[in-house]
Ligand binder design. Structure first.
Ligand code: GLV
Length: 496
């Protein structure tokens, strides 16, 4: 009972203080001293679940202490209690007003306090972390998660890591085999250098563009990450709202935890439907027709998962889907085997050929985007088979490994099909300079995967919006610094 502890220690130090101001100061100091062992090694979020009973017991403790304290000490005792409870105003204040009442200096205290307690939560007991059992997704005290000021997409990951169980975090963060592709994704963009243009009028810079004819505010879309309900109780619906708030396009995965029709209705923002083959061709065709009926504007065939990649983190963690999580676009199943990751994702292995590109292009009026292409000859065949766009991707480094980075695969694909169709890219883009580099290399847009998940985990729809807006602002600034005013007109020689 943390609040109760603070009340009692505040009362004791207040009683010993020589004056009321000293009692408040001593109370505040006692709060931080108690929290020096962050909640005795138990993650913050578990305590959040006790916040209401704890608060009630705390109030009762205050009443008892006030009644039993001699009148000459009562003022100092109450001042000590106020001081000890004052820092706890941070979380309700963030929750209700979106900001902390304390100076930025204290921010680190809150985040590192949480981190210190939660990173140790798996020590000696990996399996209990890897196999969350409660039906109520205990790691969410969603209402208690403070709103994150996104400053750095890399730092955001460590905040998300603090909030998620180890197995869930590893599923999102991990790659395949030795994770070489994953490790190189970001540095491949950073290895390129911009060649800024000077003496250009950059008083107005536009990030607006169109993707297959759909107007968007930014050339940055949301990639189709699986199982978003593990990051936030509202899953893909929250992502849809955040993307729409930012003016970005969202790609909704087949492996969503919310049915595709519900995600479609969650926001007015433009959406594409990402397709895996589910069980059999007929069921998959039905999914495509449902997506078209629900208003999705394009079909994104993911073609780099003929079988599931070997993700060692998930194997070591013996990761299973949390009890509340369902693949909402799959036919219902009671099969226990499908609770394992391999079992669940094994159902989406899509052994497609170029003929299937033609099949889906003929089946639906939605344009077909082929995602997961790394070679120029494949890109050409996709376009010849009917693809309206090609998406260069390593699947987040989660399939074959090591493979060429998206940054190094992009130029040849653009060189081969860039005149005929739009080309997109994802993988490791974290800064405006990465995005501008990708546009200079000929991408029409980039897509973000993990950072959106980290935004979702730390701030729900607002977190998703903040990530997209943050990266767009970074892009806008880099464009101005490089003498570029329109994302649809980035000169190829801007990058070496
Ligand atoms: C699914 O697409 C995954 O990569 O886990």
């Amino acid at each position: 009972m943390i609040i109760t502890n603070h009340v009692l220690t505040g009362a004791v130090v207040g009683a010993m203080a020589p004056s009321v101001p000293a009692a408040v100061a001593a109370g505040v100091a006692s709060h931080f001293a108690l929290d020096a062992v962050p909640h005795f090694g138990v993650p913050d979020r578990y305590f959040m679940r006790l916040a209401v009973p704890d608060g009630l017991v705390g109030l009762a403790a205050i009443a008892v202490v006030a009644a039993r304290t001699p009148a000459d000490r009562r003022g100092r005792v109450l001042a000590g209690i106020v001081g000890a409870c004052l820092p706890d105003m941070d979380k309700p204040s963030r929750q209700f007003f979106g900001r902390s009442p304390f100076p930025a200096l204290l921010d680190d205290y809150w985040t590192t306090g949480t981190r210190a307690s939660s990173t140790s939560r798996c020590a000696g007991s990996r399996s209990s972390c890897a196999r969350p059992r409660s039906p109520s997704l205990p790691w969410f005290a969603a209402s208690a998660v403070p709103r994150v000021a996104v400053m750095d997409l890399v730092a955001l990951e460590s905040r998300a890591r603090d909030l998620l169980p180890q197995g869930v975090y590893d599923y999102y963060a991990g790659g395949a085999e030795a994770e070489v592709t994953l490790g190189e994704a970001g540095s491949a963009w950073q290895a390129r250098r911009l060649r800024p243009r000077m003496l250009r009028d950059v008083s107005s810079v536009s990030t607006a563009t169109t993707l297959l004819g759909t107007a968007v505010s930014m050339p940055i879309g949301v990639a189709p990450w699986a199982l978003q309900g593990m990051a936030h109780p509202e899953g893909e619906s929250a992502t849809a709202r955040g993307a729409a708030d930012a003016g970005a396009l969202m790609t909704v995965p087949t492996t969503a935890t919310v049915p595709l029709e519900e995600v479609a209705k969650a926001s007015d923002g433009p959406k594409w439907f990402q397709l895996y083959r589910v069980r059999d061709g007929a069921y998959t065709d039905e999914l495509v027709l449902r997506a078209a009926d629900a208003g999705y504007r394009a079909l994104v065939m993911t073609v780099d998962l003929p079988v599931l990649g070997r993700r060692l983190r998930d194997l070591v963690n013996e990761f299973v889907l949390p009890d509340d999580i369902r693949l909402a676009n799959h036919p219902p199943t009671d099969s226990l085997g499908e609770r394992t990751l391999d079992g669940a994702l094994g159902t989406i292995a899509s052994t497609w050929t170029f003929d299937d590109v033609g099949h889906f292009a003929a089946l639906t009026s939605m344009p077909v985007v082929v995602k997961g292409v790394l070679r120029d000859d494949d890109a050409r065949q996709c376009v010849d088979a009917g693809a309206a766009a090609v998406w260069v991707s390593t699947h987040g480094g989660r399939q074959a490994d090591p493979v060429v980075s998206s940054a190094s695969a992009l130029p040849a694909v653009v060189g081969t099909v860039g005149e005929d169709v739009e080309v997109y890219v994802d993988g490791g883009l974290r800064r405006g300079s990465d995005v501008l580099g990708a546009l200079a290399l000929g991408a029409r847009a980039v897509f973000l995967g993990r950072p959106v998940i980290w935004g979702l985990a730390t701030g729900g729809a607002d977190g998703v919006r903040d990530v997209l807006v943050e990266l767009t602002e970074s892009l806008r600034l880099t464009m101005a610094l490089c003498g570029v005013t329109d994302v649809r007109d980035v000169p190829p020689d801007l990058v070496t």
